[in-house]
Design a protein around this ligand. Structure first.
Ligand SMILES: [Zn+2]
Length: 240
């Protein structure tokens, strides 16, 4: 079998079956934390997706969005190629729960000096529940000893050395980001009003859009997916 960057249908079905188990795991942890901090995080809905650039997120209630936690099955699932360790999975839940805490409980004034989604307020919440106080995910991080005091009181610079854990942007303007939802798959045949029939050879997710590399006969073009007309024809690359 050849590997493609997208998750195929069978894999998605397998991952979807894991949702009840993951939900139980999250519910159990959040209920425990709720009891300790008199919160109601376990009552907040949890949704799942197949994002490959997002591990999880917490969305505050707003005019156009319901409060919810969201996790990507591409990282949480057991049936992915390199599943997270239980410790890292728990840390991921705690990371998002700390976001819930920062907006739903009283934070002592001394811990509010650093602004931002991953500022001192959030780090203070991490210190309470033992979450890794770093916005970026690194395997094995959950098992390290964290210098919470330093993290909460001193200015630190984060190095973006690994995967994004969550998107702050996602919480702010989810709707504006909808254009970046990939609507096509590699190997799919498309119709372009000017260039005719083409085949998608690569998919690139940008900030607000999705750029497709498409072959039209001998020519290769890079086109935003919003300019394409979806056809009913669907063809996958066959395995070589
Ligand atoms: Zn975060």
């Amino acid at each position: 079998m050849s590997k493609t960057p997208t998750i195929d249908y069978e894999k998605r079905q397998a991952l979807l079956k894991e949702i009840p188990i993951l939900q139980k795991e999250i519910q159990h942890l959040f209920s425990q934390l709720d009891q300790s901090y008199h919160l109601h995080g376990a009552e907040v809905p949890v949704t799942f997706g197949f994002e490959t650039d997002l591990l999880g997120s917490y969305t505050r209630p707003s005019g156009h969005e319901e409060e919810h936690f969201h996790f990507s099955l591409c990282f949480l699932g057991y049936s992915i190629e390199k599943p997270l360790s239980k410790e890292d999975r728990m840390d991921l839940y705690k990371h998002e729960y700390a976001h819930y805490m920062q907006y739903n409980m009283h934070i002592p004034a001394e811990y509010t000096w650093q602004p931002g989604h991953h500022g001192s307020t959030w780090k203070y919440c991490c210190s309470l529940i033992g979450a890794a106080p770093t916005p970026f995910y690194k395997a094995g991080e959950a098992l390290l000893d964290h210098d919470y005091d330093g993290q909460m009181k001193q200015k630190t610079i984060f190095h973006q050395e690994s995967k994004l854990r969550d998107h702050i942007k996602r919480e702010r303007d989810y709707r504006a980001a909808e254009g970046r939802n990939v609507q096509y798959q590699v190997g799919e045949e498309i119709q372009h009003p000017k260039f005719g029939t083409g085949t998608i050879e690569a998919i690139e997710k940008l900030d607000r859009s999705v750029r497709l590399t498409i072959r039209f006969g001998d020519e290769i073009k890079k086109i935003d997916q919003k300019w394409l007309v979806k056809t009913t024809k669907y063809k996958r690359f066959s395995d070589r």
